[in-house]
Design a protein around this ligand. Structure first.
Ligand code: S3P
Length: 448
């Protein structure tokens, strides 16, 4: 339940060693893109390892509403019968993307260069998030938008009947914005060019190439220049979604903080535009190793092995690494609270416009559990107390944000007293098996 349902309070109690194998679900970013690109290809795309979290299921529903046939099979795989670039039908009803910024922003891009109209909404978190960052470039293609004050959902987009290609420099480091422009560019004639100053996750570029689009990426003095040729016929693919590094972060960090732990997290996507957390943890002195490094479906993959790490040191996380670990700062701050010395996280303004204001949400919860946090608009720092010295005992608000809820559950595992969250319901958006999986490792996460 991504905020539509009754809150689910959860408590995580200090626990003994965590051990075993943590098979985390499929990558959320790649899952959304598999469904959307599958819907824009001609023919049947087969997907294994799709994340069946609420965010992605909402995208599956949306693709059906735009005319694609999306089916889950008995063997757990999914298929998408696509309608081709420019083939979207006009939905009969409002598209509800639940909690998912990625879902709504990518789908807006995918429909904005077709002559159809669609209205989008979401839960209280999503309806508070800025959409102008996407609708501004979509207007350049010829799409029109009417939304609430401040560019918020619910919002109606009238797609361009005669789209023109666009050259757009993304003003914020956002893979969602970049991807929305590229998806809109698919149905514009000629070349759409997107320029980004900081490399953000590149799954869209990789997958568009995989689906047969003509797309080039060049590092230039201007930035990272992505050029897409419009109106390709996308060819259906067989996709094996790697496991999500952003979900792997939780059992990995839990193992680092819990005495005696030794956890293997197999098959994790280690795309360099996503793996910043693991680099950071190793710099802090975490006992985290990559085993069996390989390539799967065009993405680098490894098995992660995390062991209890009692001597981690606070560090300055380089701001230029922010995009590659943007979703992992909440759980990093929990590790930082257990390290020795201060961890400084700068260049992270984007954290304020995620599912929640993640700096504010974490700062409040950390302080409620005895940890000192300092913050500015685009930075924050956590003063580490040393391993096992976080008092705990507090209740934290999750603000409809799955990663906030899971971070505080991890904190409880290595704290002196249990840590609670007011609502763990949002965890189902990205990591629906979080509770049984953590329990199988030896964690004590209970509802109530
Ligand atoms: C995502 C991009 C990031 C990230 C989100 C997933 C994507 O958002 O935080 O969880 O799949 O493109 P931004 O584009 O807002 O940085």
């Amino acid at each position: 339940m991504s905020g539509h349902g009754t809150p689910i309070p959860m408590t995580s109690s200090p626990c003994g060693p965590l051990s075993g194998v943590a098979e985390v679900p499929g990558d959320k970013s790649i899952s959304h893109r598999s469904l959307i690109l599958g819907a824009m290809a001609v023919g049947e795309t087969r997907i294994t390892g799709l994340l069946e979290g609420e965010d992605v299921l909402d995208t599956a529903k949306a693709m059906r509403a735009f005319g694609a046939e999306v089916t889950k099979h008995d063997d757990g795989s999914w298929s998408v019968h696509g309608v081709g670039v420019g083939g979207f039908a006009e939905p009969d009803n409002v598209i509800d993307c639940g909690n998912s910024g990625t879902g709504v922003r990518l789908i807006m891009g995918a429909m904005a260069s077709s002559p159809i109209t669609a209205t989008f909404t979401g839960d209280a978190s999503l309806n508070g998030r800025p959409m102008a960052r996407v609708t501004d470039p979509l207007a350049l293609f010829g799409a029109q938008t009417v939304g609430r004050k401040g560019g918020r959902l619910p919002m109606t987009i009238v797609g361009a009947a005669d789209p023109v290609p666009v050259r757009y420099e993304v003003p914020v480091p956002s893979a969602q914005v970049k991807s929305a422009v590229l998806l809109a560019g698919l149905n514009a004639p000629g070349q759409t060019v997107v320029i980004e100053q900081e490399a953000t996750r590149d799954h869209s570029e990789r997958m568009l190439a995989g689906f047969g689009a003509a797309i080039t990426v060049e590092d230039t003095d201007e930035g990272r220049v992505i050029t897409l040729t419009g109106r390709p016929e996308l060819k259906p693919q067989v996709i094996a979604v790697p496991r999500d590094p952003s979900s792997a972060a939780f059992p990995v960090c839990a193992a680092l903080l819990t005495p005696g732990s030794d956890v293997l997290v197999p098959g994790i996507g280690l795309n360099p535009t996503r793996a910043g957390l693991f680099t950071t943890l190793r710099e802090m002195g975490a006992d985290l190793t990559y085993e069996n490094e390989r390539e799967e479906g065009g993405e680098p993959v490894a098995d992660l092995r995390a062991r209890y790490s009692p001597n981690m040191q606070g560090i300055e996380v380089p701001p230029e690494r922010a995009a590659s670990m943007i979703d992992e700062y909440p759980v990093l701050s929990v590790v930082a609270a257990n390290a020795n010395g201060v961890t400084m996280m700068a260049g992270v303004k984007e954290l304020r416009v995620k599912e929640s204001d993640r700096i504010d949400a974490m700062a409040r919860g950390l302080r409620a559990n005895g940890v000192t946090v300092d913050e500015g608009e685009d930075w924050w720092s956590v003063t580490g107390l040393g391993i096992g010295n976080v008092p705990g005992g507090g209740t934290c608000e999750s603000y409809l944000d799955h990663r906030i809820a899971m971070s505080f559950m991890v904190m409880g595992m290595g704290a002196q007293s249990p840590v609670s969250v007011d609502d763990g319901g949002p965890i189902a958006t990205s990591f629906p098996i979080f509770e049984p999986l953590m329990a199988s490792l030896g964690a004590k996460v209970a509802r109530g």
